[in-house]
Design a protein around this ligand. Structure first.
Ligand SMILES: CC(C)(COP(=O)(O)OP(=O)(O)OC[C@H]1O[C@@H](n2cnc3c(N)ncnc32)[C@H](O)[C@@H]1OP(=O)(O)O)[C@@H](O)C(=O)NCCC(=O)NCCS
Length: 406
């Protein structure tokens, strides 16, 4: 083992540190505009690099996020651009990067780390638990009627990407503030990521378009989408790729989706990364026509169990004692008493025994203790342990949702 882990100190080093993941994108490394866009939202010192002699062979970054959790917000590391060159795989380089990254989170007082996983099997060993389900839909336009007629809401208009941020960011913020899993978007994030329609982001699809619904004098919903026209013997077979569609009220959500599903020349509308409880399921006359499928969404790691639990709200009176096992971050390895009044270490008998991954699964409200129990992922040590834990942890918010892979 003659490699070492450092943090990057320049954009040039960042370029080298993300080159391992770019290998898997089929490229030697990022283009200038790609690394410049990344550097606008990822400070160099938040990107770890692994050196084998003079060469960087692995990299792992973490965005500085403010993550919405039930009843509040918490500082969180949004883990990204993790990659190890195929010449150096399975020598413990990822493990070393995870070590450095989680230690850095702890030092920066970021109690939570979270990510989208390229493969389900990678991150559990480092304490990440599956925390949300993401739904994908692929709906034929001609079978997309709603179950009931809806009067149009306000006015819908197209806006240029250059003007979009001021109009759509407040809608995002209103939704993000009450949706566990969503994070605060900075202006740099809007410009470098969400509204950036460079060729490398478009990947051959249509241009990014932005539509907003305005009601009572302000934007209340928006959609970012791409039209991909195609024909087969004169019949339209094109698709609408819905990148993101948000409304700040049920009526606004219904209106923006009606707009999208009614766009002409489209045979099918596709969206991925919807929350499992998206209202479309109940808005549609034929929900099965959504052709919905589910996959793992976010993976959450409580870096500091105490600080992470203190940052979220608990629903009921009473308390529960959880015996937490955490080999990778042993400072969490303890018995924790959790109640709406606070979280503390305790020596009292535990109601539940859980690996730290289970805490990641229940943290945002995406899974219940009872569900984890039925999958034999946690153990109930005292009667009614799951019921009492779920009374405390169970969400009153919508299901966790992060509309984008970061
Ligand atoms: C996934 C990847 C980062 C792993 O890096 P690595 O340096 O080979 O991983 P390590 O050698 O540190 O492995 C640590 C442990 O994870 C396991 N592991 C690593 N990659 C795995 C995978 N893809 N699936 C299942 N287990 C994996 C190893 O077997 C090892 O297990 P152990 O602790 O029981 O010995 C690397 O293969 C890669 O870059 N893959 C393509 C890009 C990618 O998927 N990145 C993640 C983006 S979210």
């Amino acid at each position: 083992m003659d490699w070492k882990v450092t943090v990057c100190s320049s954009v040039e080093e960042m370029r080298l540190a993300v080159s391992p993941i770019w290998h898997y994108f089929g490229r030697t490394g990022p283009m200038d505009e790609q690394i410049e866009a990344l550097a606008r939202v990822l400070p160099a010192e938040r990107l770890h690099a692994v050196w084998d002699g003079p060469r960087i062979v692995g990299g792992a970054g973490s965005f500085p996020f403010e993550l919405t959790v039930p009843g509040g917000r918490v500082r969180a590391a949004g883990v990204t651009v993790v990659g190890v060159l195929p010449t150096h795989r399975r020598r413990g380089i990822l493990r070393a990067m995870m070590r450095a990254q989680l230690d850095a989170c702890r030092q920066r007082a970021e109690p939570v780390a979270y990510l989208w996983a390229s493969e389900d099997t990678i991150y559990g060993r480092f304490g990440y638990g599956i925390a949300s389900i993401a739904m994908e839909i692929d709906v034929p336009r001609e079978r997309s009627a709603y179950y009931a007629h809806a009067e149009p809401l306000g006015e819908t208009r197209l806006v240029a990407l250059g003007e979009a941020e001021l109009l759509v960011a407040p809608v995002w913020e209103r939704v993000a503030a009450v949706t566990p899993g969503m994070f605060l978007r900075t202006s740099s994030w809007w410009q470098a990521r969400t509204l950036n329609d460079a060729d490398w982001r478009r990947r051959g699809a249509g241009q990014l378009r932005c539509a907003i619904v305005e009601a009572r004098g302000r934007p209340t919903a928006y959609a970012l989408y791409r039209v991909n026209p195609a024909w087969d013997r004169g019949v339209q077979t094109g698709t609408l790729d819905i990148v993101e569609a948000l409304g700040d009220s049920p009526e606004a959500t219904r209106a923006i989706w009606r707009f999208l599903l009614d766009i002409d020349w489209i045979a099918r509308a596709r969206a991925s990364m919807l929350p499992i409880d998206h209202p479309l399921v109940l808005l549609m006359a034929e929900p099965r026509r959504l052709r919905a499928s589910a996959r793992d969404g976010l993976w959450v790691r409580l870096v500091d169990v105490h600080a992470a639990l203190v940052a979220r709200a608990f629903a009921a009176p009473g308390s529960v004692v959880i015996e937490v096992a955490d080999d990778f971050c042993p400072w969490n390895h303890a018995r924790w008493r959790v109640s709406a009044d606070g979280v503390e270490r305790t020596n009292e008998p535990a109601d539940l025994a859980a690996d730290v991954t289970a805490l990641g699964s229940v943290y945002l409200g995406g899974f219940t203790w009872a569900q984890l129990g039925r999958a034999l992922r946690v153990t109930e040590l005292r009667p009614e342990g799951f019921a009492r834990a779920d009374a405390l942890f169970t969400r009153q918010d919508p299901a966790p949702w992060c509309p984008e892979i970061f």
